[in-house]
Design a protein around this ligand. Structure first.
Ligand code: FES
Length: 95
């Protein structure tokens, strides 16, 4: 049987996919470094008082990115865009 993933947390058979797609999609977002429980909004606010901020500056000040490293792409995105709540980056988003 063919299966199609339509949400991060659910897999439905292909035969049910059209009905499932009519539902609003759940968008999983990331808003913090979970290892150090630091919200990106706090980092962004701290960053506004600085002339420039790099990932290394954030690591030195907040320790974010220094444990599992999963927050590093989100921190990079935050520095580029100012967004502090970011849709989860899936492997297919980063070829
Ligand atoms: S989530 Fe930031 S270091 Fe693990």
């Amino acid at each position: 049987m063919l299966w199609r993933m339509i949400r991060v947390d659910s897999i439905v058979p292909m035969t049910d996919a059209p009905r499932q797609l009519e539902r609003p999609r759940t968008i999983v977002t990331v808003d913090r470094c979970t290892c150090h429980d630091v919200r990106f909004a706090a980092i962004a606010q701290w960053s506004t008082a600085r002339a420039s901020t790099t990932i290394e500056d954030i690591e030195d000040q907040w320790c974010c990115g220094t444990s599992c490293g999963m927050c590093r792409p989100y921190l990079s995105h935050m520095l580029k865009t100012g967004d502090t709540t970011i849709p989860m980056i899936m492997p297919s988003d980063n070829p």
